[in-house]
Design a protein around this ligand. Sequence first.
Ligand SMILES: [Zn+2]
Ligand SMILES: [Zn+2]
Length: 339
Amino acid sequence: MKEVIVTAPYQFEVTEKEIPKPEKGEVLVQMKAAGVCGSDFHLFLGENPQAVFPRVPGHENAGIIAEVGEGVTSVKKGDHVVVDLVIACGECKQCRSGRRNICETVKARGAAADGGWREYFTVPEHEVYVLPEDMPFEEAVLIEPFAIGGHCTKRADVTKEDLVLIYGSGTIGAVVLQTCKNIGCKVICADINESSLERAERYGADHIIHSGQEDLIDRISQITKGKGVDVVFDCACYPGSLTYLMKQGILTNGGRIVPLGFCTEQEQITQAMINGRELEIIGTRMSTGQFEPTITKLTNHEYQLEGMVSHYIPFTEIDKVFDNMKNPPSDMKKMVILW
Ligand SMILES: [Zn+2]
Ligand SMILES: [Zn+2]
């Protein structure tokens, strides 16, 4: 079998190796499709503080069970599955309270552990989720990003009474938008990219703000009659974006803000900015308990998948994926690798 290894920033190799044997409680997954995520870019470009080289990228993985190890009962050979990106101990306090995503020893596939950009790999049976046979693999790779949407909106306790601002309309912004519309709330989307804003409108955004040309705070004030929004999701996540979004005029008193990125630069947030209006800054990481409900929502066609992926690339042409990471084409939204 072939596997792709990022050996250092901007360096990758395709190597040959033996197909692994599933051990007790494990299954062998034959890859069919993998989504390429922002964090795969960060890994390859050397911007992921959690990544260790050499590393097989990829955490949005869908495939077929090719073989099962001893004692496996929950899945069988031939099942179509998606693979959880979270590797957790199952025993610590966080795991026992259902928060595997922040397990004391948590590892993410494709970052702190090897991911799915290879023909086969083994995983514990409880880290795969069975798909309906008729769900195309190129759609199934979107389950993981939509699970992120399910998780971060749950963390922020978004209800249909809320008015939400989504800052950044890339893949995660589009996912959070669709999740919020699924919950039934009103959403404002802001971005500097025209085509991302057009897509946000198609996905049901109630208002769009071209934040490169319009003043965000003025527009929010106009739309909310000076009251501000209840929840902000920062899906743009550049250094300083969190501080900017906490400025007076964006969030209402008691509002919640959820950063979705991993910027390591210092922000300029003061105690007064938080406590003057009792704002909440809510952390979110990956997802937990969201794969199964997300599979159900995709099966019921509750999300619009058209326009989420712009580039499908065969695994045999993996160099194109890395070329596109180095020099992203202007029309690129998301890449998916197909086997
Ligand atoms: Zn991802
Ligand atoms: Zn744990």
